[in-house]
Ligand binder design. Structure first.
Ligand code: GRG
Length: 296
C-alpha cells in the first residue's frame, strides 16, 4: 500500500480508538464488569475498515470529521457487537478474536450477550444524540439506515441464513444474498453514513457511491472466504479454517480459490468504475485496493 494511504489510515485508526475510548462507558462505573467487557470487545483491535470507509466517504462530500467520527464509531460498535455474538457457543463458538480470547471466554457467556446488547444500544444512542447531519430529517434517515443495515433485513438476517446454511450446498446467488446481508449491509451503511454527514449528493451521485459500497462489501466477504481457507491463524488473529471445519458454503468451496480471486478482482474493478468522475474519492479507491489486497 502507498505510504500516504498508510499514514492517513493509521491516523484515523488512532483517532477512532481515542473516540471509542471516550464514548464507551467508564469501567469504574457500575456495572463495572459489563463496562470493562464492552471496552475489551471494542478497543485495541481490528482493522477499523468500516470507520475508514465512513471517513473516506465523508471526504467526498466535505463532511466535518467531528461528525464523521461519531457515525463511524456507531458503525464500529455495531460491528463489535456482531463479532461478540457471532463468537458465542450458540453461533460460531470461537475462542480467538482480534488476537485475544473471545469476549465470552474472558467474561462468560451471559456477560458477552449483554456486551453485544449494550454496544448495539450505545451505537443508536450516539447516532441520535449528536448532531451529525445538516437537517433533522437527514439525521433521521441515518438512524433508519443503520437500523436496517443491522437488523433482520441486513446483518442479523444474513447471519440467520448463515446459521441454517451449515452443511448445505448453496447456489452462487444464494451465497451472494447471504453475504450481501451478513457482511455487505454494514459496509454499505458505513459509506452512506459518511456521506450523510456532509452536503447532500444528488440521486445519481448517491447511487454511484451506493454501488461502490455494495461492490466493496461483497469483495470484503469474498476475500474473507479466501483468507479463511489460505491464511494462518497467527496472521488472521482469529481461528483459520473455520468455514471448512463448520462445513460452511463459501466462495472458495463453490468456485475454487482461483475463481474466487478473479471474482474479488472483478468486484474491485466495478467499485473503482463507480467512482469515476468523483474528485475527492482517492481514499475510497485506496480502501477498495486495501480490501482486496489485505492479508488479514
Ligand atoms: C451476530 C447479528 C450477528 C451478526 C454476525 C459480522 C458477522 C455477523 C459475523 C462475523 C463472522 C465473520 C467472520 C464474518 C465475515 C466477515 C467479517 C465481518 C469479518 C470480520 O470483520 P473484520 O475483518 O474484523 O473487519 P476486524 O476484527 O478487523 O474488525
Amino acid at each position: 500500500m502507498n505510504p500516504d494511504f498508510l499514514a492517513w489510515s493509521g491516523n484515523l485508526q488512532a483517532r477512532i480508538e481515542t473516540v471509542l475510548e471516550r464514548l464507551l462507558p467508564d469501567p469504574q462505573h457500575t456495572p463495572q464488569t459489563l463496562h470493562a467487557a464492552m471496552r475489551y470487545a471494542t478497543l485495541e483491535g481490528g482493522k477499523r475498515v468500516r470507520p475508514l470507509l465512513a471517513f473516506a466517504a465523508g471526504e467526498v462530500v466535505g463532511a466535518d470529521p467531528a461528525r464523521v467520527e461519531i457515525a463511524a464509531s456507531a458503525v464500529e460498535l455495531i460491528h463489535a457487537y456482531s463479532l461478540v455474538h457471532d463468537d458465542l457457543p450458540c453461533m460460531d463458538n470461537d475462542m480467538l478474536r482480534r488476537g485475544k480470547p473471545t469476549c465470552h471466554v474472558e467474561y462468560g457467556e451471559a456477560t458477552a450477550l449483554l456486551v453485544g446488547d449494550s454496544l448495539h444500544s450505545l451505537a443508536f444512542e450516539l447516532i441520535s444524540a449528536h448532531t451529525l447531519s445538516d437537517t433533522p430529517e437527514r439525521q433521521l434517515e441515518m438512524v433508519k439506515l443503520l437500523a436496517l443495515a443491522a437488523g433482520s433485513r441486513g446483518m442479523a438476517g444474513g447471519q440467520a441464513i448463515d446459521l441454517v446454511s451449515v452443511g448445505q450446498t448453496l447456489t452462487l446467488p444464494e451465497l451472494e444474498f447471504m453475504h450481501i446481508h451478513k457482511t455487505g449491509a454494514l459496509i454499505r451503511a458505513s459509506v452512506l453514513l459518511g456521506t450523510y454527514c456532509g452536503s447532500a449528493l444528488d440521486d445519481t451521485a448517491l447511487a454511484k457511491l451506493d454501488h461502490y459500497a455494495k461492490c466493496v462489501g461483497l469483495a470484503f466477504q469474498v476475500v474473507d472466504d479466501i483468507l479463511d481457507a489460505e491464511a494462518p491463524t497467527a496472521t488472521l488473529g482469529k481461528t483459520a479454517g473455520k468455514d471448512a471445519e463448520n462445513n460452511k458454503p463459501t466462495y472458495v468451496t463453490l468456485m475454487g480459490g482461483a475463481r474466487a480471486k478473479a471474482f474479488a478482482a472483478e468486484l474491485h474493478s466495478d467499485a473503482l468504475d463507480a467512482l469515476a468522475g468523483f474528485d475527492s474519492a482517492q481514499r475510497l479507491r485506496e480502501l477498495a485496493d486495501f480490501i482486496v489486497q489485505r492479508q488479514f
